[in-house]
Ligand binder design. Structure first.
Ligand SMILES: Cc1cc2nc3c(=O)[nH]c(=O)nc-3n(C[C@H](O)[C@H](O)[C@H](O)COP(=O)(O)OP(=O)(O)OC[C@H]3O[C@@H](n4cnc5c(N)ncnc54)[C@H](O)[C@@H]3O)c2cc1C
Length: 518
């Protein structure tokens, strides 16, 4: 085999697995993942993956829906790439063996909020992510890739402003430096910045924090999507949008629908509108959960179409075929992340980012449902294409999409606030949930930033390193939310509740790196 160099991929969700698989024939690939290989947000994805593959649909309509959801903040080029390359990548997934559901001999499809067409493919009912993850893991096991499970990526190694490898914490608790020509971050999002989240425990934003420390640019970090409907019970299990797509409705504590009064599309309004509607209703009810009524869909249909949710309800003593179930909004998807061009290149030579860790600008201020698996797939594929085709001539030349200048973030050590040890991650998560969550205002954001900058996290266990990463990201998110003096997409400020044309650009953050890690 003619191997052209070493590549480290961080993360084993759809983005990392696709990148590793694609590059395994030409490069020596090491995949580092902090838990078991199948653990990822991907594994928990339910609703499906969107693509304009049906005859009554078009790329132009998928583009238009995506841009509308993104509230004026999408990178049009990236959206066009997502929607036009998506159908071919879906066929690649089918070739790899993903068992998408069929109806009458054709691919089955669901409708989700803010899509003008039913274009969401699913597998094993609501176990789409699990089907994709397990299919890709099986393929990877057969490929020539070294897999390091239970290995925590800690920091990037830099030399002369270029990434030259990765420092990891091994299962035995030892630091180890892995050298490579390139590092591809595919380490997912950071749902655990918030008290309530649909994300598994691994989603602590390590890759984004690591990139920030290395001097990479972050963009759009003020835009965090809150899923409107997770079970209001321990574990915050997601109840897919597709349930509302099939006709389930939201009820207040008295059994009355309330979304019809808030938006013409009622329960299928954009996610931020539904999440805010539910949060407002919960506040009006003194904090008690809102109800999701799926009873009219019938027990057989619910069990067949949504087997995972059905099992989760039953496991918690709920029979959703007979009675409405309690739900709450929860942190779900980060539109912001490490800023990349449309090939996954970051602002640091040698460093790529794909999937939820990245900000390609595809989602703008709000993600269209079921576009994130597609984004991970399409842009991980493109990143591999770029690396394969032009391994000797990469450089980051792009000015990917409109920005309003780059804002320097202070180094943690530059903070003048007295430093207090943060003893419990929950303190951070509660502050973020209450102040930097679904509804924000400038006064509280300012106080929260002071509080966040007064905290520090010590320790070298995986858990304390994760909390330190979450703290860095919470500071950046709060700073961005404070800076953006308007409301747009998922960022809603009750002290400036309208969108302003003056703010139709990304906020980009960067930290000047004075000390290199190598
Ligand atoms: C409950 C739920 C339902 C969803 N439903 C849908 C849906 O229906 N459709 C859709 O399009 N999207 C959905 N999403 C979003 C979608 O699943 C994710 O955006 C997508 O899977 C991200 O893929 P990824 O490969 O970028 O990251 P992930 O799949 O999150 O993978 C990240 C990987 O990085 C590893 N990792 C993280 N930090 C480190 C570290 N420090 N060191 C080593 N490894 C590390 C993790 O262990 C994991 O393996 C859903 C998300 C959730 C949580």
């Amino acid at each position: 085999m003619n191997q052209q160099g070493n590549i480290i991929v961080v993360g084993s969700g759809i983005a990392g697995l696709i990148a590793a698989l694609r590059l395994s024939s030409g490069f020596r690939v090491t995949l580092v993942t902090k838990s078991e290989i199948a653990e990822s947000n991907t594994r928990w994805a339910q609703g499906g993956i969107a693509a304009a593959i049906f005859p009554d649909d078009s790329i132009a309509e998928h583009v238009a829906d995506t841009m509308r959801a993104g509230a004026g903040m999408c990178n049009r080029e990236a959206v066009h790439i997502l929607c036009s390359e998506g159908p071919a990548r879906i066929k690649d997934l089918i070739r790899l063996g993903v068992p998408f559901d069929e109806r009458d001999g054709n691919l089955a499809r669901g409708l989700e909020a803010a899509h003008s067409r039913a274009r969401v493919l699913h597998a094993q009912g609501d176990a789409t992510g699990l089907s994709i993850e397990m299919t890709l893991v099986r393929a990877l096991r057969k490929a020539d890739v070294e897999v390091l499970e239970h290995t925590f990526a800690r920091d990037l190694l830099l030399h002369n402003g270029r990434v030259i490898g990765l420092r990891v914490l091994t299962e035995n608790g030892e630091d180890r430096d892995l050298r490579s020509d390139h590092v591809i971050l595919a380490s997912g999002g950071a749902g655990h910045m918030y008290l309530h989240t649909t994300n598994p425990a691994s989603a602590t934003g390590d890759g984004i924090a690591m990139a920030l420390r290395a001097g990479a640019q972050l963009a759009d970090v003020e835009f965090y999507q809150f899923h409107p409907t997770a079970l209001a019970l321990p574990g915050t299990f997601l109840v897919s949008e597709a349930v509302r797509g099939e006709g389930a409705v939201l009820l207040d504590a008295n059994g009355h629908r309330f979304m019809e009064m808030l938006h013409p599309d009622a329960e299928l309004a954009p996610r931020d509108v539904v999440a805010r509607g539910i949060a407002m209703q919960m506040a009006a009810q003194g904090g008690s959960a809102v109800l999701l009524d799926a009873t009219k869909l019938g027990g057989d249909f619910l069990a067949r179409r949504f087997p995972s949710i059905d099992a989760a309800c039953r496991g918690r003593g709920l029979n959703w075929a007979d009675e409405p179930i309690p739900i709450t909004p929860a942190a779900h998807y980060w539109m912001g992340g490490v800023r990349t061009d449309v090939w996954g290149r970051t602002s640091i030579p040698g460093l790529f980012a794909v999937g939820e860790v990245a900000c390609t600008g595809v989602h703008g201020a709000n993600r269209l449902a079921s576009n994130s698996l597609l984004e991970s797939l399409v842009f991980a594929w493109r990143c591999a294409d770029l690396i394969e085709e032009s391994s000797s001539t990469w450089s980051y030349t792009a000015e990917p999409y409109g920005i309003g200048g780059v804002i320097d973030l202070p180094m943690a050590s530059e903070s003048f606030a007295p430093q207090i040890q943060l003893s419990d991650r929950k303190q951070l998560q509660s502050l973020m949930w209450n102040v930097v969550g679904i509804e924000r205002n400038g006064y509280d954001l300012g106080n929260a930033l002071t509080q966040l900058e007064s905290w520090q996290v010590e320790g070298t266990t995986v858990s304390s390193l994760e909390t330190a990463n979450l703290l860095e990201l919470a500071q950046a998110t709060t700073r961005a939310a404070l800076a953006r003096r308007e409301s747009r997409g998922a960022h809603y400020r009750n002290d400036c509740s309208e969108s302003s044309p003056d703010w139709q650009h990304s906020l980009v953050f960067q930290r000047q790196v004075t000390v290199e890690c190598s």
